[in-house]
Design a protein around this ligand. Structure first.
Ligand code: NAP
Ligand code: ZN
Length: 349
């Protein structure tokens, strides 16, 4: 089927209206009429070819929510009309150790929602800035939030799971001091989730203007990271720091804030490397630098259910499809509170 979408033909070209083809649902497929799609900084990195290997035309978008429009003959978990989501993963090998453990995000054969190989036209996957998507039921998530919150649920499918998974893995919770660096799409979810898990949360921002907002999101303390004195007050005190920054920056400033055996987990994926950190900041307190990529399908469902139970959604600003290029420019300036979400009903209008 032919559907309206928004994407780009080259890394230096703006996004524009496109028509793309979706396969007819196979026996295990769910066809989803997309209602909203969140706008992740990864969309910018990929569509502008800042990361290696972008395939064009590129249709970004991996924070997808909508309603089931059709199901294949063997689909057992979903029915037409169900509220569902799709995140960053639409397929994987389904038999490796990672897939068997529900860590499809670490499968070598993971198929991303956009820019991954597929037998479907045009030979690579096309994402959620589009009216419909067809996905194997294994990679479809159930949305249990009230329908009125659907648009604000969309960012949970990437920003939510990308922060939830490392917070769980490194045991954020009562008695733990957790820092969240960068209050953008990922960071604002990191603050909400770490707060809901019971940790003492400190938000780090480069933007003086976000100081009060960070408290409202659930931060117990806020540090403007450009202020050396404010930083020094937190030296050697953190169990975990979740770093979501999308640009290369000085990691030492944050490593010095970890206590003995503390970990800083990088989830931001800048196009060029961070300056190499000073080894002495690591060895003198047995500190770790780690990384984490999104989360597996079972944990993504767990995160969605946790958020539904705790009344957690993203803080969003809705945009029309035609506003996407301007939204990217505003994200690069840190000018979004805190996630743009595209209203897919404006596609093809
Ligand atoms: P975003 O909404 O643009 O937020 C990034 C935030 O980083 C900004 O709001 C800003 O916060 C801070 N920042 C930006 N430039 C900075 C600089 N030069 N120095 C210090 N802070 C700076 O981006 P996002 O959608 O949250 O994505 C963040 C990064 O995570 C991207 O690189 C994205 O590709 C990556 N990502 C990774 C995964 C994964 O699986 N690991 C998943 C999704 C996204 P303040 O104004 O508060 O300083
Ligand atoms: Zn993302």
């Amino acid at each position: 089927m032919l559907v309206h979408a928004y994407g780009a033909h080259a890394g230096d070209k703006p996004l524009e209206p496109l028509r793309i083809t979706r396969r007819e649902p196979g026996p295990h497929d769910v066809q989803i009429a997309i209602a909203y799609c969140g706008v992740c900084h990864s969309d910018i990195h990929q569509v502008r070819a800042e990361w290696a290997g972008t395939l064009f035309p590129c249709v970004p978008g991996h924070e997808i929510v909508g309603r089931v429009a059709a199901v294949g003959a063997h689909v057992s978990r979903y029915r037409v009309g169900d509220l569902v989501g799709v995140g960053c993963i639409v397929d994987s090998c389904q038999h490796c150790h990672e897939c068997e453990e529900g860590l499809e995000n670490y499968c070598d054969g993971m198929i991303g929602t956009y820019n991954s190989p597929t037998p479907d036209e045009p030979g690579h996957t096309l994402g959620g800035y589009s009216q419909q998507i067809v996905v194997h039921e294994r990679y479809v998530l159930r949305v249990r939030h009230p329908e009125a919150q659907l648009a604000a649920v969309a960012p949970l499918l990437c920003a939510g799971i990308t922060t939830y998974s490392p917070l769980r893995h490194w045991n954020a919770g009562p008695g733990k001091k957790v820092g969240v660096v960068g209050i953008g799409g990922l960071g604002h979810m990191g603050i909400k989730l770490a707060h809901a898990m019971g940790a003492h949360v400190v938000a780090f921002t480069t933007s003086e203007s976000k100081r009060e907002a960070a408290t409202a999101l659930g931060a117990d303390e806020v540090v403007v990271s450009r202020n050396a004195q404010e930083m020094a007050a937190h030296a050697k005190s953190f169990d975990l720091i979740l770093n979501t920054v999308a640009m290369p920056h000085d990691l030492d400033a944050f490593l010095a804030l970890l206590k003995r055996d503390g970990t800083m987990t990088l989830v931001g994926a800048p196009a060029t490397p961070h300056p190499s950190p000073n080894v002495f900041n690591l060895i003198t307190k047995r500190r770790s630098i780690a990384g984490s990529m999104i989360g597996g399908i079972p944990e993504t469902q767990e995160m969605l259910d946790f958020c539904a139970e705790h009344g957690i959604v993203a803080d969003i600003e809705m945009i029309r499809a035609g506003e996407i290029n301007e939204a990217y420019e505003r994200m690069l300036k840190g000018d979004v509170k805190y996630r743009f979400v595209m209203d897919i009903s404006t596609l093809g209008a």
